[in-house]
Design a protein. Structure first.
Length: 91
């Protein structure tokens, strides 16, 4: 595995280019990094105002996040497809 994409909320805040109506992006993948994995990593998720019990987002943000995730999974060259195809050819 050489890619790690986390799906989580993207907190909207001062100094950040994020919105409750859009997908938020980040390079955080602390779970993978904690185990010293050398990965291409990223984090996407709906822009959310606040966290810890009173999260607020817009339905457009959820829709855009789902669409981006779908497009990512359907691309022709994610790492998991490349690995799957190489294993499939060795059988």
């Amino acid at each position: 595995m050489n890619e790690y994409l986390a799906l989580d909320i993207g907190i909207v805040g001062p100094g950040q280019r994020s919105s409750e109506q859009e997908v938020s992006f980040c390079a955080n993948a602390s779970a993978a990094l904690a185990f010293s994995h050398d990965l291409i990593r990223g984090l996407i998720g709906p822009g959310v105002d606040a966290s810890h019990s009173l999260e607020r987002t817009h339905i457009d943000s959820v829709h855009h996040t789902a669409r981006l995730l779908h497009l990512y999974l359907m691309t022709s060259s994610p790492a998991y497809l490349t690995q799957y195809e190489s294993r499939k050819g060795k059988k």
